[in-house]
Design a protein. Structure first.
Lengths: 534, 315
């Protein structure tokens, strides 16, 4: 146990040293580190509880996504049957399925086989699981039911989340936030973490809006009173104006002339005559052409600009708008115009996002936490170090050296993993200091016992190590299991604790098996002790 | 230099006899803890019941809690708790979960912020909606159960099943007592509490495993030593290590408790109780003696060992 070949000794020291060296970039200012090679730039990331920032968990409105999906199937059914010139009645979307009745018995088989074509394998041709997006079943009497499968829903929700993440990324970039991280969580969640920013409300405002913009004609033939009672013409619907304007109802055509997807740019500005804040925009070629055509045909009629199902303004078309650009006005403040411009530039979210968890830490509290974390670490480490010296003397010193290297290695591994350090994470390190010496205590107490049992010093040390190491392994694995579970279930600060605890256990076992042994081995080899001084 | 010896070299405490006292005490305390849990409850934080938590710092000197309370209670947000948090300028505001789904929680924050205005700066705002809080509670509970079973399985591989079972009973006992402690003190029970409970589980087992390792070693070496003696010798010979390790862990936790700040106060307090008080007691007085009842060493040809062997084992 006490014999090391020169190469092994060298390998151990080199490993420890290299791992420790990875902690170095943390002690230099970021500017300096940026000039270093890429592999040397890895460093510990401070958690949001230490540097301040916002942690927002958003949930995609899956119910709405499911409903959209079923309605899309309904529209497909309509299209397919029309194209095949098959008469049908009672086309409805009900829950997860669409039902339709083929009118003529003679068409039933053709209709069924046409509709079967809508059922596609999921995940393209390479997916051999045989799952399909639709289950088409003949209910008899010409009634056909198409049920959207669960995997198809999940697929769609995943896509929605992917798209939302891209949009959020664009919006946050437009807002000028520094290094936001946006991740999917589970099936229908998105975790947005933005360091530094003081006011989370700004982010929530930016993320909470779907920003679906449409330009639609006002249906002047419809009677608003009748429409409000639920008797709007089939191709029109009631949309209300903004709260600020008293929620005035408008009857709008369902047909969309141009939508936000056809915008190429949007900028905040001021109206030249009234100097009110406005948002000016540009259409792409496609949008410009359609807008020109519709305005040409409808001079004198009002059209509405609708954002997230709310009419922002409903100006009258005075002359055809051919240039493909225009402006939106409507009770904006400078700030809200700016925000709308950002939203329009970044594009609309495919579904509504609801914040279900939000945690914000101000930079001041973060700095306080860092200071307290550092202070408690120093005090804790100092007390442990002194106690070990008083209890084990020279061997206590060995233990302290091992613990010191241990902590440096924890920082090294954290840097290597670009791990996040949180306040509970610091607590984890302090706790590791208290626990790391345990491996030394186990070894030393065992050596004491072996000495008392009458072994020679070298024999006792050797036996002490041999017997204690098995115990150290067993006892640390139990804690490691707890840390692993914690890592898996925890988020944010708690996960930070699991990380440092877990890494601390690994480095502790490493130092106990190698460094402490190496130090003691060299001491024995150097001094040839007659007694063991513990 | 003379070194400190907290535990004398040759202790011979009869821990096994003490089990006639420690087992009833533990049973009683466990029942009490369960009773407290169901009658007194835990002080669930917003992580598990949802709601809003805002930490503010008064800009002009110490905060006037009474005035703030009257300002906030007029908002119609239900019960609002105010609590001084660390410094006299700092106040922790807690509003219960608002009826009306996720959006209502956000609206509550807005109301509180506009009511307090510019007199305070916001150090921390946390909002946990109904859905997230339900899930946190579920994952937290599942996590604890998974950890207990994962450790049980590991111990089962490394030891005989009696050891695994003994360790698990001992450690569920630890968790139960710690939860009782949290109920008595009404410490905030949030996600970090789950972290504390899992750590207690890990370390308390760490301790138990060290003693069990020794017992296993003794079982192999002294085939005929009476079980009671064998357990006693095992506990006594690891006693010094148990105490010293707990001193170092206590020192580390004490530093965190005293200087780590309010944010991890309940976390460290729980850990001190669980690791330091209960954990040590359990491994010595519960986990090891329990092996007798679980039938470890049954079927050994117990007979007085040769005198020298016992003497050697006891030293």
């Amino acid at each position: 146990m006490l014999y090391f070949t020169r190469w092994r000794a060298l390998a151990i020291v080199a490993t420890a040293l290299i791992v420790c060296l990875f902690a170095v970039p943390n002690f230099f200012p970021e500017k300096t580190v940026q000039g270093w090679p890429k592999w040397a730039q890895r460093h510990i990331v401070l958690g949001l509880d230490l540097q301040g920032g916002s942690h927002i968990l958003l949930e995609v409105d899956s119910a709405a996504v499911r409903k959209d999906k079923v309605e899309a199937v309904r529209d497909d059914v309509r299209r397919v049957l029309r194209d095949a010139r098959i008469g049908y009645t009672g086309l409805v979307a009900r829950g997860d399925s669409v039902e339709v009745r083929i009118r003529e018995g003679a068409d039933a088989q053709t209709g069924l086989s046409k509709l079967r074509e809508l059922s596609q394998p999921l995940g393209g041709l390479l997916d051999a699981t045989g799952r399909r997006n639709l289950e088409v079943s003949d209910q008899g009497g010409g009634l056909i039911r198409l049920t959207v499968t669960e995997p198809a829903f999940v697929d769609r929700i995943r896509q929605t989340v992917e798209q939302s993440i891209q949009i959020i990324e664009r919006r946050l970039n437009e807002l000028g936030t520094v290094e936001p991280t946006i991740q999917r969580q589970g099936v229908d969640r998105i975790l947005v973490q933005v360091p530094g920013l003081g006011d989370p409300q700004q982010i929530l405002d930016i993320l909470g809006k779907t920003a679906k913009l449409t330009f639609r004609l006002v249906d002047q033939n419809a009677n608003v009173e009748q429409a409000l009672q639920g008797r709007a013409p089939p191709d029109s619907e009631v949309v209300y104006g903004s709260q600020a304007e008293g929620k005035q109802p408008y009857v709008l055509e369902k047909r969309v002339i141009v939508s936000g997807e056809d915008l190429t740019d949007a900028q905040p500005g001021f109206d030249q005559r009234t100097s009110e804040p406005i948002v000016s925009f540009k259409f792409n070629t496609n949008g410009a052409r359609r807008f020109a055509q519709v305005t040409q045909e409808n001079v004198g009629r009002p059209f509405a600009i609708v954002l997230d199902n709310e009419v922002i303004s409903a100006p009258v078309i005075r002359e055809p708008i051919l240039g493909g650009s225009g402006q939106i006005s409507g009770n904006f403040t400078v700030e809200s115009a700016n925000k709308l411009a950002i939203l329009l530039r970044a594009g609309a979210l495919p579904a509504k996002l609801t914040p279900i968890e939000q945690r914000v830490v101000g930079a001041g509290l973060g700095q306080d936490s860092i200071d307290k974390g550092i202070k408690s670490s120093y005090v804790g480490a100092a007390m442990v170090v002194i106690f070990m010296l008083v209890t084990y003397g020279l061997f206590g010193l060995f233990a302290n050296v091992a613990v010191l290297i241990n902590v440096a290695m924890i920082f090294g591994v954290l840097s290597l993993l670009n791990a996040t350090l949180t306040l509970p994470g610091i607590a984890g390190i302090v706790l590791t200091v208290g626990i790391a010496v345990d491996s030394n205590v186990l070894i030393y107490e065992r050596i004491r016992e072996e000495v008392r049992a009458g072994r020679s010093p070298i024999n006792a040390i050797d036996a002490g190590f041999t017997r204690a190491l098995a115990t150290i392994m067993d006892s640390n694995i139990t804690t490691f299991i707890a840390a692993a579970v914690l890592f898996y279930i925890g988020t944010g600060p708690v996960r930070g604790f699991a990380v440092t605890l877990g890494i601390g256990i690994i480095t502790t076992v490493f130092t106990a098996f190698t460094l402490t042994r190496l130090i003691v081995a060299y001491w024995v080899w150097w001094w040839r002790p007659k007694t063991v001084p513990i | 230099m003379r070194l400190l010896r907290i535990v004398p070299d040759d202790t011979k405490f009869d821990f096994m006899r003490f089990r006639r006292i420690s087992f009833p005490i533990s049973a009683m305390l466990s029942v009490l803890a369960v009773f407290l849990y169901f009658n007194h409850g835990l002080n669930f934080g917003i992580d598990f019941v949802g709601g809003t938590l805002i930490e503010v710092q008064n800009k002009s000197g110490p905060a006037d809690l009474a005035k703030m309370r009257s300002t906030l209670s007029g908002l119609g947000l239900g019960e609002i708790q105010l609590q001084q948090f660390g410094a006299p300028t700092d106040v922790l505001i807690r509003a219960a979960q608002q009826p009306g789904g996720e959006a209502a929680q956000q609206a509550a924050v807005q109301k509180i912020r506009s009511a307090l205005g510019d007199e305070v700066s916001y150090r921390r705002i946390e909002v946990v909606g109904p859905r997230a809080s339900t899930e946190f509670l579920a994952t937290g509970t599942i996590g604890l159960v998974v950890a207990i079973f994962a450790i049980l399985i590991y111990l089962w591989f490394r030891f005989e099943w009696q050891f695994a079972l003994g360790a698990m009973i001992a450690n569920v006992h630890d968790l139960v007592l710690t939860i009782g402690f949290m109920s008595v003190t009404q410490i905030d029970f949030d996600l970090t509490s789950i972290a504390a409970l899992l750590t207690i589980l890990g370390y308390s087992l760490n301790d138990t495993v060290v003693i069990y390792d020794r017992i296993r070693e003794m079982l192999r070496r002294y085939k005929r030593m009476p079980m009671t003696d064998l357990l006693n010798v095992s506990i006594n010979s690891t006693l010094s290590r148990s105490i010293i390790t707990h001193v170092t862990v206590t020192l580390a936790l004490l530093a965190l408790f005293l200087f780590g700040g309010q944010a991890i106060h309940s976390f460290t307090a729980t850990m001190m109780f669980g690791v330091v008080l209960v954990g040590t007691y359990t491994s010595v007085f519960i986990a090891a003696p329990m092996l007798i009842y679980l039938g470890v060493g049954v079927g050994r040809a117990e007979a007085p060992e040769p005198v020298e062997a016992v003497a050697e084992a006891r030293t």
